[in-house]
Design a protein around this ligand. Structure first.
Ligand code: ZN
Ligand code: FE
Length: 265
């Protein structure tokens, strides 16, 4: 297992390939090989490979939703024997190697190793891949927000976010969707007194005006501005209680309340 504080090896970078409205297919690559995370659509990824004369070496899948898996069949037909690594259970067509908590995904062509973290909540099969100071977390943790609860409970999601929160502060967070701006709107309703959030909003607005990605974000920043990681903070708790008109017994209850609030926001 890699030392979690190890940076990415020399010559390896992470590039965003845009798909659909607001998805990013994160590409971990050197100048020869790409490992792609959550290719919901094959076409933009194949175009990226062609443009940079890169070979697709493997695919990582965080969860079963179509916007994360829709490109698998096409990619496997273009690259026979393509390793497709993702959740166990057999429900995702095209997975060639299933992994779960604590497994290490070795990517020898890139000299990288990522460890698997189970993060149920958005879906029950949801995984994150962590190593070399980066985490690919799909639809679990977003910048200034978190994924909707489609399958799991608030308790599960809160526990999963707490697992991610224990990653080093300098961890770069690569989530699948560009939701930052709208997440910030909600975060400001929860924590109007958070000046770090206000500063971040300004920065994000400038990047979006220039049509630039707001991702990756960093764990230290998310701990400072993301209400879903701040359920222990006074203002978050008070806002949640005011919104639901009842006292909330613990952090998980605060989390559940703001997740419900966000659904209707
Ligand atoms: Zn999803
Ligand atoms: Fe998604």
């Amino acid at each position: 297992m890699n030392n979690p504080s190890d940076a990415l090896p020399e010559g390896i970078q992470v590039t965003a390939v845009r798909a659909f409205q607001d998805n990013y297919i994160w590409c971990l690559h050197n100048n020869a090989t790409v490992v792609a995370v959550d290719p919901g659509d094959a076409a933009p990824l194949l175009a990226f490979c062609r443009e940079h004369t890169l070979k697709l070496g493997a695919v990582l899948i965080t969860h079963h939703h179509r916007d994360h898996t829709g490109g698998i069949a096409k990619l496997a037909s273009v690259y026979p024997n393509l390793p497709v690594i993702g959740p166990a259970g057999g429900h995702i067509r095209g997975i060639t190697k299933s992994v779960d908590e604590g497994d290490v995904v070795r990517l020898p062509t890139l000299g990288c190793e990522l460890s698997v973290i189970e993060v149920p909540g958005h879906t029950l099969d949801h995984l994150a891949f962590f190593g070399h100071g980066v985490v690919f977390c799909g639809d679990t943790l977003f910048s200034a927000g978190c994924g909707r609860l489609f399958e799991g409970s608030a308790e599960q999601m809160h526990h999963s976010l707490n697992k991610l929160k224990r990653l080093p502060d300098n961890t770069l967070i690569y989530c699948t969707h560009e939701y930052t701006q709208s997440n910030i709107q909600f975060a400001m309703a929860v924590e109007p007194g958070n000046s770090a959030l206000q500063d971040y909003a300004d920065k994000v607005n400038v990047r979006r005006q220039q049509d630039k990605a707001t991702l990756p974000t960093q764990m230290a920043r998310e701990k400072a501005i993301n209400p879903f990681l701040r359920t222990h903070c006074d203002e978050v708790c008070r806002s949640a209680e005011a919104h639901c008109g009842a006292p909330l017994a613990n952090d998980t209850a605060v989390f559940a309340a703001i997740r419900r609030w966000k659904d209707e926001f």
